[in-house]
Write a protein that binds this ligand. Structure first.
Ligand code: SAM
Length: 289
């Protein structure tokens, strides 16, 4: 495993999505997004042996579709190594669903659960100010927004929460590539929305870029402006097997050298036969966080 880490450290910090499709990683599709996140958390906590999960847009999109709700799958992932769970949503109906999900958990004495009702751009202040995410708390933050809801300043707060030298809170960020152009072009008066999302007025330049270029540009901003060491945009295709139109990208930003390898492994796990838990424990438990 030591060799693998060295190999990953030598890779360029950010790769264009094309290399991902070539390596087969493009074969992730919408229905598998939640399973991919839960599997990644499983692998992440094999290394960290603890952890915090922040889900900024946590309400179920399609509650009736089994195994499609990220928060539910992450919370129920065994072994239950996550110690801190923060779930936020702006819609009161989704808050009820989140509250009943938490109420079903039998481990509330061992785990801290917090459901936050409101705009994630405001709730993040409460989450980061809670004192529960310390310098060494391995933390994963899912930003599964509809389109432009997460403000750039929120990402800055998340990335800047821990002091220099600590591993930053990991981010897994939804970028609605296939409808972004339409959304941005449709903003005739309410351009504040896009300004807050992108952090400045430069989003105007995106309307002529391809979805893939926008994903790369945003990934570069995660690296250069937010300071993440390892950033990778994952294209999510419409159809199984990495075919059809790219519907959206998930941008993964981490300071851990094994992050890309874990995500690749999570992907293989979701789409193919699961690896033996004992084998994974053996291979990954030598890594440190
Ligand atoms: C794409 S859905 C999330 C899907 C969910 N992660 C899943 O696995 O099913 C987006 C969610 O964000 C919520 N939302 C929209 N704007 C928000 C905001 N400003 N702050 C917090 N939640 C918001 C919506 O109510 C919706 O539940």
């Amino acid at each position: 495993m030591g060799e693998t880490i060295e190999m990953f450290e030598e890779l360029p910090v950010q790769h264009p999505p094309h290399s991902i499709s070539q390596s087969g990683l493009g074969a992730v599709w919408t229905q598998h997004k939640a399973q991919l996140i839960a599997k990644y958390i499983y692998l992440f906590t094999i290394i960290t042996r603890h952890g915090a999960y922040i889900d900024g847009f946590a309400g179920p999109k399609r509650k009736e579709l089994q195994d499609s709700w990220s928060a539910e799958l992450v919370i129920n992932t065994e072994p239950r190594r996550l110690r801190e769970i923060f779930l936020c949503d702006i819609d009161p109906a989704k808050i009820s669903a989140l509250n009943s999900l938490v109420a079903q958990q039998g481990d509330q004495a061992e785990r801290h659960y917090q459901v936050l009702s409101g705009d994630f751009n405001e709730c993040i202040v409460q989450i980061l100010g809670s004192g529960r995410i310390k310098d060494k708390t391995a933390t994963f933050c899912l930003i599964d927004q509809f389109s432009l809801q997460c403000h750039w300043k929120t990402l800055e707060a998340i990335a800047g929460h821990k002091p220099e030298g600590s591993k930053k809170i990991e981010i897994f960020y939804f970028l609605g590539t296939s409808w972004l152009h339409r959304t941005l072009k449709g903003l005739t008066k309410n351009t504040d929305r896009a300004d807050q999302w992108w952090g400045n007025g430069d989003w105007n330049e995106l309307v002529t870029d391809s979805g893939e270029k926008i994903a790369i540009r945003l990934a570069e901003r995660f690296r250069d402006e937010l300071g993440y060491k390892y950033v990778k945009p994952y294209p999510i295709y419409h159809s199984e097997g990495g075919t059809g139109k790219v519907m959206f990208h998930m941008i993964h930003a981490s300071d851990h050298p094994a992050a890309h390898e874990l995500m690749a492994r999570a992907h293989r796990n979701v789409t193919q036969a699961p690896e033996l838990a004992e084998q994974l424990e053996l291979e990954l438990s030598t890594l440190t966080y």
